[in-house]
Design a protein around this ligand. Sequence first.
Ligand code: SIN
Ligand code: FE2
Length: 204
Amino acid sequence: MMNGLRILPGYLDLTAQQALVKEIRRIATVAPLYRPRMQGSGRPFSVQMTNAGPLGWVSDESGYRYQPHHPVTGQPWPPIPEPLLALWRSLTRYPAEPECCLVNYYGQGARMGLHQDRDEEARDAPVLSVSLGDSAVFRVGGPERGGKTTSVKLDSGTVLVLGGAARMAFHGIDRILFGSSRLLPKGGRINLTLRRVTHPFLAD
Ligand code: SIN
Ligand code: FE2
C-alpha cells in the first residue's frame, strides 16, 4: 500500500478504548452531535459530528471550513482529551499539537463518500484517526480521484495515520458492520480524526 499510510490494528486495548468513549461522552455533553449539511445542496450527512480543540471542522451550504465555535450552540469546542494528544505526539512526531479532533458518529446505514482532507494549511502534518465501536469498511486510493482503491476493515482500537504521500489520499467509509462490536451500548461507530490546521511556523 501507499507510502505514509499506516494501519495499526489493535493499537488501543479495550481499557484505552473505553477511556476514550468516556471522553467522547464528555465532549458530546458540551458540544452535542449534530448533522452537518453538504456544500451547495444542503443535503444532510448520514454521519453525525462534533469536534474538540481550538478549531472544529464544519460543513454547510456555504462550504467546508474550520471554526472555533459549534455551529448550533455557538459555544467554543471543548479541549482535545490528553490521551489523544499523547497518541498524536508518539505516532506523528509532528512538532506542534493537533488543533482539531473531529468526532464522527456512524449509526446504522451511515457512510462517507471518497474525499481528500484538504481544508488544512498544514498539509505537512499527518492525519491521525482512531476507530471505536462497530467495524467499518474503509476505502483508500491515491491522490487522484478515479484512481485504483483498496478496502480495509477497521476494527475498534485501530489507529490509522495518513502521512507523507498518503496525506492526500482519497478515502472514505463504504459501510459499517452494524452490531459487530459491543463497545458502544447502542451500537454504531465513532471515528476520531486529529489534524493540525494552521501552519505552526507561519503564524502572523
Ligand atoms: C473521515 O475521513 O473524515 C472519516 C474516516 C473514518 O471514519 O474512518
Ligand atoms: Fe477524511
